[in-house]
Design a protein around this ligand. Structure first.
Ligand SMILES: [Zn+2]
Length: 382
């Protein structure tokens, strides 16, 4: 199998993984060589190519195409989720969404159908938008992108493949692509791929010049479009990356899946701030079990959160599961390897910011919070 065939196979396989359940329409296999031509000739900026090439020559396993798509599909998924097109509640194919939650069916050209922009109360603002497709291209942006770039796929001009390509061109032009690719890390032995939060957020911030749902430039203020919080985007990206890379694994709920969830992660008005984890009601002294093989990396006490412990899985060491309001410090030594199901602590009611016994569980990746839901439910997501 030569490099081209391998890349095509790997790319098609990667696209198959992300296809289906999240309603992405993957490329046809026959189009894959065009993707590779595009990768080779059009997209990869010199800086990113050099970074990737160094990794390839050093590790020799993950191909350039693997790395590119393994990061780009999750990134596009996160942006599509933020735009509200991917995974929209009406079940409309993301490639056919026209602002706001209408549908178009003819891919031969940008639909150029303007709809009234509504404010947060659903009332017309007097302005209109013709944003279309999963990246919500307005026609002027789309026309400029078409004019600026000579290479496009055969087939419908505004079809799925060209919407993706148009996104990638814009994402390149904002500078986000170079920023994102620079944040990729590949473990030498396991070939595990991860992306730094700093690089991800820098890319999101640069892309916010084009996509109003992304935090940064806040171009959506004019249209009343809210930006998504960074932690929410980081969560979406991680979930899609785990899925794309096949990082699914069986997770034991550390305090038992029968416990009642009493508080979700996210902004809470009464706190006037973000609740950075999930709360589960449980009696004091409930065993905290290792959700998978790993180790307790840190345990201690602080006034608000009380006794805490931080657990890192062996399979994903950049991820941390943090428990607060515990009954005491961890009952295992910091750094000692523990098997799945081994008790590592007990729940309690310690610290100032608790009113009743409960387990507060946070999850971070690269030190930045994600919604714990996605980790604790990992076994059932795929
Ligand atoms: Zn809490």
């Amino acid at each position: 199998m030569n490099r081209r065939d391998f890349l095509r196979t790997a790319t098609a396989a990667a696209l198959t993984v992300i296809g289906g359940k999240v309603a992405w329409r993957g490329y046809q296999d026959a189009q894959a060589p065009n993707i590779l031509d595009y990768l080779d000739r059009q997209l990869t900026p010199a800086a990113a190519a050099q970074t990737t090439a160094e990794k390839i020559s050093h590790y020799g396993k993950l191909s350039e195409g693997d790395i590119f798509w393994s990061v780009m599909w999750p990134y596009m998924y996160a942006v599509g989720r933020a735009e509200g097109t991917v995974g929209n509640s009406l079940g409309i194919d993301p490639y056919k969404v026209i602002y706001t939650y209408n549908q178009f069916d003819n891919f031969s050209d940008h639909p150029r159908r303007a709809h009234p922009i509504l404010d947060e109360n659903g009332q017309p603002t007097g302005k209109v938008s013709d944003a279309s497709g999963w990246p919500q291209f307005i026609s002027t942006t789309w026309d400029k992108t078409v004019a600026d770039n000579p290479f496009w796929y055969d087939g419908p001009a505004f079809g799925p493949a060209n919407q993706d390509l148009g996104f990638l061109y814009l994402h390149r032009d904002t500078g986000a692509h170079v920023a994102l690719m620079a944040g990729i890390q590949v473990e030498p032995l396991t070939q595990r791929l991860s992306v730094s939060y700093e690089a991800f957020i820098q890319a999101i911030s640069l892309d916010s010049q084009e996509w109003a749902s992304l935090p940064g430039a806040n171009i959506g203020a004019e249209t009343g479009q809210n930006t998504r919080p960074k932690w929410w985007l980081w969560t979406q990206f991680q979930w899609a990356l785990w899925r794309q890379m096949g990082y699914r694994r069986r997770i034991l709920h550390p305090i038992g899946a029968d416990k009642v969830l009493t508080s979700e992660m996210g902004y809470q008005a009464w706190r006037d701030g973000i609740h950075w984890g999930q709360d589960f009601s449980c009696t004091e002294g409930t065993a905290i079990l290792a959700p998978e093989a790993g180790s307790v990396t840190l345990t201690g006490y602080e006034p608000n959160g009380g006794y805490y412990l931080s657990f890192a899985p062996t399979a994903q060491p950049e991820l941390a599961v943090i428990f607060r309001h515990c009954q005491g410090k961890s009952i295992v030594a910091e750094g000692a390897p523990v098997e799945v199901g081994k008790p590592i602590g007990r729940t309690g009611n310690s610290g100032a910011s608790t009113t009743a016994p409960h387990a507060h569980i946070e999850v971070t990746v690269d030190g930045q919070h994600i919604d714990p839901h996605y980790y604790l439910g990992m076994s059932q997501w795929f």
